[in-house]
Design a protein around this ligand. Structure first.
Ligand code: PLP
Length: 395
């Protein structure tokens, strides 16, 4: 008999009752070190006092009025975002997939507004993940995600990640845009080379295309800059964000330059909940913290410490792990053993991580992770690797 909760997830048999900082607690008091952050969501950790206060205060005042009316919270957050990146304008929505749909729609509308409605196709990259709606799963192009859901939504052409020649060869009269995650998340923490991103920007400029960035997982300070592409000295035309932006409250957004958003006028796009008062109370608090003095410097410091410690573990346990990928607090351990084995063993030692493609295990701690949390994570990973190395040696 089917369960009342639709069984679309292969859930692990553990549940949590409360959280604090980088820790989650089960009802019977077991404490887990959370280096998954709800898949890169809880940027400020669990129960951050400022986030709790902001949400509680707003909950007592007003939750939702819809986008029929003005929103001071949206204006405030959009001003903070646009002051700190390439974008001139922001649309608030509820999730990553919805943010990416918005990016794709903005690109199509831009060309239509320019008199070229035939330019609607988007070039995407192998290994990408952009969401589970009909269009975003077509953009991701992964067979296992598309299977059984009917014809793949038209309008996406996929090329190998990092291959500039193949990208240029895929550009045709109907191409509207190129869409890329600066660091592929689900695909296995695969960073795009800075030179490749620069090359994509140049291709877009040469062929009149828009460059769309998916920063749903890597954005909002996770890599040590507000947005990951800011390490590459290039800017996109449109960008999707979500996950960390609400600190755990469902919130997404897409951001665009004034030029790229020229087709997005009243009536062209909408959503009932997007950017409601509760979401904005959380979003404004998260961005204030992330942009506060020294916050991102600290992310870079702890990230370096974590990376150095991991490098030592990679040296000591070559039969278990063979490398580290990623940047800031978006790191991937390249596994020799199946990544699920290492993830399970870490969970036995009460530490949570997230698997990814390419046999990589993701480490995505909250950005407020302390030095002590990092030390604990490293000693737990060491223990788990030791267990697995001994097991490998024994067999
Ligand atoms: N884009 C990227 C890069 C993601 O990692 C994800 C989710 O993992 C999405 C889009 C989809 O976001 P959501 O699950 O909030 O729809």
């Amino acid at each position: 008999m089917i369960e009342p909760v639709m069984p679309t997830y292969a859930r692990i048999d553990v549940s949590f009752e409360r959280g604090e900082g980088a820790y989650l607690y089960t009802a019977d008091g077991r404490r887990y070190l959370d280096f998954g952050s709800g898949i890169a969501v809880n940027l400020l950790g669990h129960s951050h006092p400022k986030l709790v206060a902001a949400l509680q205060q707003q909950a007592g005042k007003l939750w939702h009025t819809s986008n029929l009316y003005q929103s001071e919270g949206q204006k405030e957050m959009a001003a903070k975002l646009t002051a700190n990146c390439f974008a001139d304008t922001v649309f608030f929505c509820n999730s990553g997939a919805e943010a990416l749909e918005g990016c794709i729609k903005t690109a199509r509308k831009y060309h239509s507004a320019n008199g070229h409605p035939e330019r609607y196709r988007v070039i995407t990259f192998e290994g990408a993940f952009h969401g589970r709606t009909l269009a975003t799963m077509a953009a991701g192009g992964q067979e296992k995600i598309l299977a059984g859901f009917g014809p793949k939504t038209d309008g996406f052409d996929q090329v190998p990640f990092g291959d500039l020649k193949a990208t240029e060869a895929a550009i045709g009269d109907q191409t509207a845009a190129i869409l890329i995650e600066p660091i592929q998340g689900e695909g296995g923490i695969r960073p795009a080379e800075h030179g490749f991103l620069k090359g994509l920007r140049a291709l877009c400029d040469k062929h009149g295309l828009l460059l769309l960035m998916d920063e749903v997982q890597c954005g909002m300070g996770r890599t040590g800059k507000l947005f990951a592409h800011q390490w590459s000295d290039i800017t996109p035309d449109v960008m999707g964000v979500a996950k960390g932006i609400g600190g755990g409250f469902p919130l997404g957004a897409f951001l665009a330059t004034e030029e790229a958003a020229k087709g997005m006028v009243a009536g062209s796009h909408g959503t009932t909940y997007g950017g409601n008062m509760l979401a904005m109370a959380c979003g404004n608090t998260v961005i204030d913290e992330v942009l506060s003095d020294g916050f991102l410097d600290r992310v870079n410091d702890v990230a370096n410490r974590l990376k150095q410690g991991l490098a030592g573990i990679v040296d000591r346990y070559p039969s278990v792990v063979k490398g580290i990928r990623g940047s800031g607090l978006m790191l991937g351990l390249e596994c020799v053993v199946p990544n699920g084995d290492l993830g399970n063993r870490l969970r036995d030692h009460q530490m949570l991580t997230v698997p990814a493609g390419d046999n990589v295990l993701r480490l995505l701690p909250p950005l407020v992770v302390t030095d002590e949390d990092i030390e604990r994570a490293l000693s737990t990973i060491e223990m788990a690797c030791d267990d697995l190395a001994q097991k490998a040696g024994a067999s």
